[in-house]
Design a protein around this ligand. Structure first.
Ligand code: DA2
Length: 256
């Protein structure tokens, strides 16, 4: 019995052309990125997730960052309208996958924009970063869709950061790992563990005490272990060169 399905999309040949907004562009080794993606998929499978590959969208360099195309919540899939127009052709493949997974499907419509990386779900609270990629109309539409699942959307203003989940994510107990300099934490209600490594504030709870995190955050991995969780560490530095992190590379659909 698996924990559920993990949607992933393999990197395409144009990966190195992916968008870079807040960091300096450096060369991406696509062959190495492919090996890192294989190890990432293996980590998900090893933690009990059935890995399902979404159809390639190789004309889109950032298509590997599947998280930005769909938000899954309690049997509902909200297809996004990514804030970067060149990423919008990534969405149809994600739509096919969530329909095949049997989810109810709705979508963010113009003029709304929303990237899945801006959406952090903790219990019935859904924090949504308002910044470069996600606008007020997108947040309002998401709020209406998720209200049908008993969720409350709380906007969080962002500064100097691509996505909300570039700055804060949650551990399995709902407490937060955050880089305080990158966001206005006053909107956040849960206790915060401040971290001092940028990659340290990106984690994915994989079920039970397992926490997926990047090899580039060893001090935070030690903190996570000291808090009683088990870090599952993957090297994703080729994706970090494109402002990616462990959250962006998958969408988890837990069993109902
Ligand atoms: C939580 N994060 C960071 C994400 N969900 N997505 C990262 C997308 C990176 C891509 N180069 C871009 O600029 O769109």
């Amino acid at each position: 019995m698996t924990r559920g399905t993990a949607l992933v999309r393999r990197p395409g040949d144009r990966l190195a052309e992916g968008l870079v907004t807040h960091i300096e562009r450096t060369d991406v080794d696509v062959a190495r990125a492919r090996r890192q993606h294989e190890a990432y998929r293996a980590a998900l499978a090893g933690a009990g997730w059935q890995v399902r590959e979404v159809d390639p969208a190789d004309q889109c360099p950032d298509a590997v960052f599947i998280e930005d195309t769909v938000v899954v919540c309690a049997g509902l899939a909200v297809l996004t309208r990514p804030g970067a127009p060149e990423r919008r052709p990534e969405v149809p493949g994600a739509e096919k996958a969530v329909r095949e997974a049997g989810l109810e499907v709705v979508r963010i419509e113009a003029p709304g924009t929303l990237d899945g990386g801006d959406v952090l779900q903790i219990g019935t609270t859904v924090y949504v970063g308002r910044g470069g990629r996600t606008n007020d109309a997108g947040i309002a539409q998401l709020g209406a869709h998720l209200a049908t699942r008993g969720r409350t959307v709380v906007p969080v203003p962002l500064r100097n950061v691509l996505h909300l989940k570039s700055a804060v994510t949650a551990l399995p107990d709902g407490t937060l790992l955050a880089l305080p300099d990158l966001l206005d934490a006053t909107a956040l209600r849960q206790p915060i563990h401040a971290v001092d490594e940028e990659a340290g504030c990106h984690v994915v709870p994989l079920g039970d005490d397992l926490v997926l995190m990047a090899a580039s955050a060893p001090r935070t991995a030690a903190l996570v272990a000291a808090l009683g969780f088990t870090p599952v560490v993957v090297d994703i530095d080729e994706y970090e060169k494109l402002e990616g992190c462990v959250t962006c590379l998958s969408v988890l659909i837990p069993h109902a």
